[in-house]
Design a protein around this ligand. Structure first.
Ligand SMILES: [Zn+2]
Ligand SMILES: [Zn+2]
Length: 343
């Protein structure tokens, strides 16, 4: 079968290659891939900044497809099922985190598309426990966005809980920020979404996805906008989805006293200046959130089934597997929202 392979560390070193089809056994499920989302981490793998993956490896961890074969121990997934899958391929099964199904925190977890072969291919393997059969209300295209949506569910409904009366500020109108916005709107919150001038189209899209107010922080005074909409108190919760240090420090003083700041975006550097004064004086709870876990997937799929998340508007480009490079280039050029590969 054909597969997009990261051959070696460093810049690029990627190509479409013909490799053996994966073989099922035990609790594994073989999935004929329909769609795979190109994620920021895939781009980092391309540029060589993401060192977490082993090479050679087939990339792709946000996917949907149809089951074509199952291992002997698979009980609840059948051939022909339309599915998506969590990215967890194996875990240690013994640590405190595994026992709580916090697989995102297991130190020995192996992920699909990073440490084991992923879905930018005709077929991919996943373990039965990670596979979710789709309701017929969820299209295969929409299902390819379940993984990033689950990350936003984990951030917004598990690490903290967005309430109906909350005023929420989100930084970064990329795919994650736009999904975080929709998760917040699904809860009934008031959402202010902040971006920069080059995000104009994304901010427009955010409005059509339900954001109450969008702000270009280079053109408008964000503090003024936030204070105007919050009676001078600041927002209940900030979701920093841009990974930009200026956003972090612009956001902290805009959190209401006793409010919450959730760090979703990943920074380029490990150490950054941080406005501790605001954290202390405003008694801010600063929360880190990493990836997603099984409970996040259940909620994400429920949101998709209830049509609370508009994925159609977010998928702005679909490329065939053979043209994966075009897809990656489109993401890097920054003119698309979500690019997905059709296998
Ligand atoms: Zn991803
Ligand atoms: Zn573990």
């Amino acid at each position: 079968m054909e597969a997009v392979i990261k051959d070696a560390p460093g810049y690029d070193n990627m190509e479409l290659k013909t490799i053996e089809e994966p073989v099922v056994h035990g609790d594994l499920v073989k999935i004929k891939v329909a769609y795979t989302g190109i994620c920021g981490t895939d781009i980092h793998a391309f540029t060589g900044e993401y060192r977490n993956s082993k090479t050679p490896v087939v990339l792709g961890h946000e996917f949907s497809g149809v089951v074509v074969e199952i291992g002997d121990n698979v009980k609840n997934v059948k051939v022909g099922d339309r599915v998506t899958s969590e990215t967890t391929f194996t875990t240690c099964g013994e640590c405190e985190y595994c026992l709580e199904k916090d697989y995102n925190l297991c130190s020995n977890r192996k992920g699909i598309g990073t440490q084991v072969n992923g879905s930018m291919a005709e077929f991919v393997l996943s373990r039965e426990e990670s596979v979710h059969v789709l309701s017929d209300k969820i299209s295969l295209k929409a299902a390819a966005l379940t993984e990033p949506l689950a990350c936003c569910v984990h951030a917004g409904l598990e690490k903290t809980i967005i309430n109906q009366d909350d005023k929420v500020l989100i930084f970064g109108p990329g795919p994650i920020g736009l999904l975080q916005c929709q998760v917040a709107k699904a809860q009934g919150a008031f959402v202010i979404l902040a971006g920069i001038t080059k995000d104009k189209d994304r901010l427009d899209l955010a409005k059509s996805l339900g954001a109450d107010v969008v702000v270009d922080v280079l053109q408008e005074d964000l503090q003024e906008v936030v204070m105007k909409h919050t009676n001078g108190y600041g927002v209940d919760k900030v979701f920093e989805c841009s990974g930009a240090v200026p956003a972090l420090n612009q956001g902290l003083p805009l959190v209401k006293k006793k409010g919450t700041f959730v760090q979703v975006g990943i920074f380029a550097n490990k150490m950054n200046p941080l406005d501790q004064e605001s954290i202390i004086q405003r008694e801010i709870t600063y929360i880190g959130t990493r990836s997603q876990k099984p409970s996040s997937w259940h909620t994400a799929l429920k949101l998709l089934e209830e049509q609370k998340i508009d994925t159609d508007k977010m998928i702005t480009k679909v490329v065939p597997l053979k043209e994966w490079r075009q897809g990656f280039e489109a993401v890097m050029a920054g003119n698309e929202i979500k690019v997905i590969i059709e296998s």
